[in-house]
Design a protein around this ligand. Structure first.
Ligand code: GDP
Ligand code: MN
Length: 379
């Protein structure tokens, strides 16, 4: 789950990371009032789940409350990377001497949280990583021991020479690590971490992604979810208890089990197609889940054909067959469906499908080749 900058800031602030106090506004009038309360020059920042807001025109300086209202009216409602801005953050502007990058990610390779630190901050870290990877220092942290003081200092020394800066930055590394582990984050970054002309070290931006698996035991974090800022199909899928990720292709996939869903997507690609989504309808299925899945997939106008790939273990294939038949009665699917199913109650499933004039295949390769061909013909 992505947090907005203002939410991530609150977590960092609670851990002691030095940053200015700001507030969020949904209208230009609110932004103006916050700017008046703060006094001086402020920054107006689009609150969307996307990086590169600065480049996209979503981060603007305003010298007085009237300018704050003006900039807020420009930014509110604007689109950044396909996302609409509903809120802006208004914070006092900092004077910047240097901009660095400090981030923590959960790294699968080392199976540890890994610090990534660079004096080339402010810009996209992906760009730095691609062009000048030598400018990024990486440090895996043993989660059992935690971040040791000398490690925090070593990282800070890669950013600064001035010992006052180093000490301040090392403390921020420790605080960032605490926020990361204490909230089940998969990513936590400060970009830029700045020094000011008067010698302070401040966090000007914050990005945190919380592992979804953390949310069941942390209702205080779960409430931070902003569904208005998320992909609508993914919101609908979560409500229906489906694991769904929207992709750019035209072959809709309905599969049971994450591993089979991945294998199915691989096979779609292997036969020259492009999956429109990842979808795991789960171990135990019921007809309602299948109906919800079909609704979500057919809402995407790019989808030209749909593949069901069901391996019946705990999942009963007759449940899935019933879901398909009921769905096609409830609403017009509009694109061809290819069904491959095998396993639990297979004979019953085939009887149900045949009764509704549909066919079921048992061979996965054959089904995938068919659906890729149908999508290609329709495209
Ligand atoms: P992002 O582009 O989405 O990562 O948004 P950031 O919050 O990182 O802002 C982008 C850039 O705007 C920063 O790298 C800074 O150069 C600039 N910026 C942000 N806040 C301030 C501020 O308080 N003062 C000044 N002078 N520039 C700022
Ligand atoms: Mn940033």
């Amino acid at each position: 789950m992505n947090l907005h900058e203002y939410q991530a800031r609150a977590l960092l602030k609670a851990a002691g990371v030095p940053m200015f106090d700001g507030d969020v506004a949904a209208t230009p009038t609110e932004a103006e009032a916050i700017a008046r309360r703060l006094g001086g020059t402020v920054v107006i920042k689009a609150q969307v789940h996307a990086g590169g807001r600065g480049k996209a025109g979503g981060v603007k300086l305003a010298r007085n409350p009237a300018e704050a209202a003006e900039e807020a009216s420009q930014i509110l409602g604007m689109q950044i990377k396909g996302l609409t801005v509903h809120k802006v953050l208004v914070v006092p502007a900092a004077d910047i001497a240097t901009e660095s990058y400090v981030g923590l990610i959960m790294d699968r390779e080392t199976q540890r949280p890994v610090f990534m630190v660079s004096a080339a901050g402010g810009v996209d870290i992906e760009e730095v990583a691609a062009r000048t990877p030598e400018k990024i220092t990486r440090l895996p942290v043993d989660p059992v021991i935690g971040l040791l003081p000398h490690q925090a200092l070593t990282l800070a020394f890669t950013l600064y020479r001035d010992y006052a800066h180093v000490k301040a930055a090392a403390k921020i590394m420790e605080q960032l690590y605490t926020v990361f582990t204490g909230n089940g984050a998969s990513l936590a970054e400060i970009n830029p971490l700045v020094t000011t002309p008067d010698g302070r070290v401040l966090a000007l931006d914050a990005k945190i992604v919380i592992d979804d698996n953390e949310l069941d035991r942390r209702p205080d974090l779960a409430v931070l979810r902003d569904e208005s800022a998320e992909e609508p199909s993914e919101v609908a899928a979560r409500r229906a208890n489906l694991t769904f990720i929207k992709l750019d292709g035209n072959v809709g996939c309905v599969v049971n089990g994450a591993g089979l869903a991945m294998a199915t997507m691989d096979l779609v690609k292997y036969y020259g197609g492009e999956p429109a989504n990842f979808l795991d309808i789960g171990g135990s299925s019921n007809p309602e889940k299948v109906i919800a899945a079909l609704k979500i997939i057919t809402a995407d106008s790019h989808v030209k054909a749909i593949l069901f790939n069901i391996f019946g273990g705990i999942t009963r294939t007759d449940d899935v067959a019933n879901g398909i038949v009921q769905a096609t009665k409830q609403f017009k699917v509009g694109v061809p469906i290819v069904i491959r199913l095998t396993g639990t109650n297979e004979a019953e499933a085939i009887r149900i499908l045949n009764g509704a004039g549909m066919k079921a295949l048992s061979d996965m390769d054959e089904a995938v080749q068919q659906v890729v061909e149908l999508a290609r013909e329709a495209a």
